[in-house]
Design a protein around this ligand. Sequence first.
Ligand SMILES: O=C(O)[C@@H](CO)OP(=O)(O)O
Ligand SMILES: [Mn+2]
Ligand SMILES: [Mn+2]
Length: 582
Amino acid sequence: MGSSGFSWKLADHPKLPKGKIVAMVVLDGWGEANPDKYNCIHVAETPTMDSLKKDAPEKWRLVRAHGTAVGLPTEDDMGNSEVGHNALGAGRIFAQGAKLVDFALASGKIYGGEGFSYIKECFDTGTLHLIGLLSDGGVHSRLDQLQLLLKGASENGAKRIRVHVLTDGRDVLDGSSVGFAETLENDLSKLRERGIDAQIASGGGRMYVTMDRYEVVTQTILACSLLQNDWDVVKRGWDAQVLGEAPYKFRNGVEAIKKLREDTKASDQYLPPFVIVDECGKAVGPIVDGDAVVTLNFRADRMVMIAKALEYEDFDKFDRVRFPKIHYAGMLQYDGELKLPNHYLVSPPEIERTSGEYLVHNGVCTFACSETVKFGHVTFFWNGNRSGYFNSEMEEYVEIPSDSGITFNVEPKMKALEIAEKARDAILSRKFHQVRVNLPNSDMVGHTGDIEATVVACKAADEAVKTDSYDLMKALIILDAIEQVGGIYVVTADHGNAEDMVKRNKTGQPLLDKNGKIQILTSHTLQPVPIAIGGPGLAPGVRYRTDVPDGGLANVAATVMNLHGFEAPSDYEPTLIEVVDN
Ligand SMILES: O=C(O)[C@@H](CO)OP(=O)(O)O
Ligand SMILES: [Mn+2]
Ligand SMILES: [Mn+2]
């Protein structure tokens, strides 16, 4: 015990043994909702998940995965991977980025902070650039925060402002980008009336421009050169935002979005990059020496790559052509371990003492795996937005390269089976006590809005959990391996998505658009998610407590610590289980 009285040592659980192998399976975007034809999980054949629920109802329950249960401002905030995995890994509820930025803006504290002072140094002679996701989705950013920041920055001396917008259509309805751009344009015109030179300077769809995530970790991959095109996403943004170059040029941001949707038939998420030009055809807002830049998303994963491009002197991921001398700040600091970026407007939640860190201090070895698009979820987010290992001797993180350059409805099976096989091998090796995976299908394909493909995706995720017991030719995967080693499984999800693919009115009826067509919901949901615990290694007296009816994702960490034979730290959210003597 240190002088402060703090100790990493966890108390022994009075009844549960140590040394069991625990498989921790997170089905991304797998919520529980009423069965109907827009519930792709219901429509899909999902024998494994059905049996976990029906054959062992006492080992299955629902937990909350949205709103205040995961540190978001209100109960109207849908869950997302960042807050979901943060809660799963950290075992406590932290006020998350969305909420912290709300506080900082409402109190005005944001303008007194180090980050704002730093960018303010450029206001006299330089331009303030704001780059970020333009929607009210509340997963990565929020329009009202951008509006407040524009107002606050101009009141605090910004004279020339350029906004580089990334259109959404993933956390909000496709097509809604036009309305958001109109709202922004309206605000900017009010600023112009007050003598501030403010306009939209560039744009593009979030999935095609700038907001890529989890660059491929090279040491785990052999055929690396094939996989570099995720940096192209960031480069397209760089070219438009910094160099003022893009294949499409317009005089006005709203017109750009409308026209590109029409002409290219691209959805909001995949809009090609564009720049706004003046009457001579010159880009109105390239980023140059002496400018200030703020990336306005609060969520980390999809800002880390652009932050590196803006911040690092040494950078070889693509040719930046020019590396302007700017004052750059993130809305938040996106990676606490890398201290990236160095300057930020709002301090991120301090998610410390996560379960992963406790476990390595208590002799539990961990294996974590997913494919690129979700790799950071079971590592970086799980560990409190911290990259790297706590102890490289005791942990192994494996990233399976995702398909790149396609939308996932084209390959809805994704790498689920490969992830499951890696998990199986890790379980059978008996080298690890926790084997943690994220199966991405229901989320990634759900976001495309392609209902048929999402049904295939849900089936694929279900198949990756356990082989169909009637198919004797199939190789073992996760739960089969747990069966073989006498282990324990915990199968859960981080938030809903595929269980509801249509926008509904207050009474739950699908909403129709003006042409009488249903409005496809590409976003996450407000639904709870299942958690199923079982396996031959589970002590017979383990059952769900009845006194945590409002249990949420943050209650899972203490539960898993129990399954490893430990009591959770006293400030963790309570465990979901108890052990009764039979
Ligand atoms: O794709 C993403 O960035 C979000 C949705 O905006 O999904 P998830 O939280 O599941 O990663
Ligand atoms: Mn997710
Ligand atoms: Mn998602």
